[in-house]
Design a protein around this ligand. Structure first.
Ligand code: FE2
Ligand code: FE2
Length: 191
């Protein structure tokens, strides 16, 4: 199955080399973290390859899948740039037959995170932010922290994203604030 998914992802992103590099970057970073934190590496490979599968689909596409497989309220509680976590999880389930809830949730939550994520969710979430193609100082800082204190790195990632969106007047879902508070506390406990 892994080879099929990989071939499909390469096909989807054949005109978007930067996005393909990002997807492979997330996979490679997540595998490094998976070895440190003791996560199933096969699950990591599959989830990382699928996490941005529907990234460039239309609003109508996302909304239809969310209405069909989740709930109308998801559309209100999140915003269009965040819908692809949900629609990609639907693809994982419907197209590739993935039923492992932890894997599906890791795809869903990779955009803004949520409080009390599983180990797999945390690894995918932070790898999306710190993979080696990400050059921003905040990403580099979180990358340095992630190998010792993944919770603190997640706090830094969410905090930076929230600050950026607040400056630009973008929509921030409540769950992002909840996750920031949760990982601030958890990260400090690990210090
Ligand atoms: Fe994404
Ligand atoms: Fe991504």
């Amino acid at each position: 199955m892994l080879e099929t998914i990989k071939a499909d992802v390469i096909k989807i992103y054949r005109h978007r080399v930067d996005r393909l590099n990002h997807v492979f970057g997330v996979r490679d970073m997540a595998l490094k973290l998976g070895k440190i934190y003791g996560e199933d590496l096969e699950k990591i490979r599959i989830v990382a390859l699928l996490h941005d599968y529907t990234k460039y689909e239309s609003r109508a596409y996302h909304e239809a899948l969310i209405r069909q497989h989740y709930h109308e309220r998801i559309i209100q509680e999140y915003s269009k740039p965040l819908y692809h976590g949900f629609s990609a999880a639907v693809i994982a389930k419907e197209q590739y037959g993935i039923t492992d809830q932890d894997m599906l949730r890791a795809i869903e939550s990779h955009t803004v995170g949520r409080p009390n994520m599983s180990r797999l969710e945390k690894i995918i979430f932070i790898s999306d932010y710190i993979e080696l193609n990400r050059m921003y100082p905040s990403c580099v800082k979180a990358r340095e922290i992630a190998f010792n204190n993944i919770d603190l790195a997640i706090y830094e990632a969410i905090n930076d994203s929230i600050n950026l969106y607040e400056r630009n007047g973008g929509f921030i879902p409540k769950i992002a604030y909840d996750a920031r508070d949760y990982y601030k506390h958890k990260g400090e406990l690990n210090e």
